[in-house]
Design a protein around this ligand. Structure first.
Ligand SMILES: CC(C)(COP(=O)(O)OP(=O)(O)OC[C@H]1O[C@@H](n2cnc3c(N)ncnc32)[C@H](O)[C@@H]1OP(=O)(O)O)[C@@H](O)C(=O)NCCC(=O)NCCS
Length: 159
């Protein structure tokens, strides 16, 4: 990560983080998750939710595990903290935790016009395999997959 991130840790999200999560989402997500959605996700089975914590939550990422697939449910970095490697670290930690939990494949949907996220996802080996036209109303969804994420070759490229 960037040299100015002195005390950054990636750690599991807890319900103590709900206030920070709701504020981050409300200010920065096109369709923000409510506190209820966060609460349900944190309580649900087969989920991994991680915080990037630099004296407070500055980003988070989540995934749902379905059989041997990890579906990324959300990823956000506070605009004031972007382009310092936090999004990548969150994805790397999420993927490593998913593999630890038995995932072999990784998938998600992303807005076709979301160039920052698409570039980050390409860095972790996610490739587009399909399009859901008009999925977001004002934009299409690209469906991305990375396979064999439990293989040495894939995990090595994350490091
Ligand atoms: C997408 C997002 C999480 C990236 O977070 P970040 O902490 O800025 O990402 P990083 O600093 O780890 O960037 C890693 C790489 O991703 C790519 N990337 C990130 N932001 C980019 C941008 N704005 N333009 C182009 N490439 C970008 C680059 O390859 C970057 O590596 P580099 O900085 O060495 O060039 C952040 O922009 C964000 O929260 N966006 C809004 C929420 C969102 O779109 N979530 C995804 C929903 S599917």
């Amino acid at each position: 990560m960037g040299g100015d991130l002195k005390t950054m840790v990636i750690r599991p999200l807890t319900t103590d983080d709900l206030g920070a999560l709701v504020a981050l989402e409300a200010a920065n997500a096109p369709a923000p998750w409510s506190e209820g959605v966060f609460r349900n996700e944190l309580a649900a089975e087969n989920r991994i939710y991680l915080a990037a914590d630099e004296e407070g939550v500055v980003g988070f990422a989540g995934a749902m595990l379905v059989a041997d697939e990890a579906h990324v449910t959300n990823l956000l970095v506070d605009p004031a903290w972007r382009r310092r490697g936090i999004g990548f670290e969150l994805m790397r930690s999420l993927i490593e935790a998913a593999v630890e939990a038995g995932a072999r494949h990784l998938t998600l949907e992303v807005r076709s016009r979301n160039e920052a996220a698409r570039a980050l996802y390409a860095r972790v080996g996610l490739a587009p395999v399909g399009v859901r036209q008009g999925y977001y109303g004002d934009d299409d969804a690209l469906i991305l997959w990375a396979h064999d994420i439990d293989g040495d070759e894939y995990l090595a490229r994350l490091r």
